[in-house]
Every structure is written in structure tokens, then in C-alpha cells.
Design a protein around this ligand. Sequence first.
Ligand code: ITT
Length: 180
Amino acid sequence: MIYFVTSNRGKFAEAREIFEDLEMRNIGYTEIQADTLEEVADFGIREVARRLEGPVMIEDAGLFIPALKGFPGVYSAYVQKTVGNQGILKLMSEETDRRAFFRSVVAYAEPGLEPVTFEGEVHGRIGFEERGNLGFGYDPIFYLGNRSLGEMEIDEKNCISHRSASMNALKAWLSSRPEP
Ligand code: ITT
């Protein structure tokens, strides 16, 4: 059993489809202001591992838009809470380069183990309108082909997403290491 420390139910629902034995713990941790998701995740997992006994996992994710020099990136949670999807659509309204990608870094620790991290990405485009009410966060404005992630059920999103890539990499690592 792994404790997944997160405040985000959408993330947990997706992770739950990958790891059967997962428990959500909404206990918070320090999200440092840093330039990369790796730094945020590495600092966070060390704090979580000190506070919770047993296997623990956190995940830090963000939306990166090259035309906006990578914004909102490590500020994705704050931007989502403040200006939201409509704010991003407004910033992008005159922009022809619509490329965007999500990045996920998952960090895992257990007693006696130096924390490990795994990453995943999915590349798509920012649409011109919000579509769909599935998923969470930026899903309704992030398009793959002519559909948004907001129009995809979890199992479909999990075939392509940044989060499924990082978490499946962790899962593969966990099952491939020799028994202690
Ligand atoms: P934690 O408690 O796990 O930190 P959080 O929602 O604050 O939950 P992050 O710090 O990783 O998560 O912030 C990333 C933000 O980027 C998040 O709030 C979402 O708005 C957005 N985001 C991340 N993954 C996403 C996804 O798969 N689809 C849509 N938006 C996503």
C-alpha cells in the first residue's frame, strides 16, 4: 500500500487506475518556489517521508506553453486558481503557435530508500474554447487532435497522459527491483 499525498481528487482518481493499492492523504506539504518540477517534487517527498511512515508518493505537474515561454509551468496551480482556463485562452487569443505540453514528475520514497523520481509528458495544443467537463484543471483547453482531455474518460486519458507515463514508469521500477 502506498500513501499518495495530494489535495487533488482528479489526480488521485487517475493514479488509482494505475496503482490498485493507493490511499489518498490530503495532509499538504511545502511546495517550494523553484524552476523545475523535479526540485519541487524532490523537496516535497523528503518532507512527506519524514511525516508519514511507509511507502509515500507525491506528484507535481504543470502545463507548459512554448509561445508563452513555458508559462504557466511551475505556476500552473496558482494560475489555474486565479485566472483559470479563460485567462489562458485570453493570453493565447492572438497566438498562432498553439503548442503546449503537460509534464508530470512523480516522487516516491519508503523507509531506508533515497527518494526516486520519474517523469512523463504529453504534447498537444491549446484550443480556442473550453470543451468537455471530464478531468480537471486545464483539461478542457488542452487538445489532442480535435478532442480535448476534458472530453476523455479516465481510462482514455490514462492511455496518453503525462501522469500515466510518470506513474507507469514508477510502477515498472517498483515491480522490477529485486526483493529486499
Ligand atoms: P497537489 O496537492 O497534488 O499539489 P495540485 O492541484 O496543487 O495538487 P500541482 O501542484 O501539481 O497540483 O499543480 C498542477 C496544476 O496543473 C493543477 O492544479 C492543475 O490545475 C494543472 N494540472 C496538472 N495536471 C493536470 C491534468 O492532468 N489535467 C489538467 N490540469 C492539470
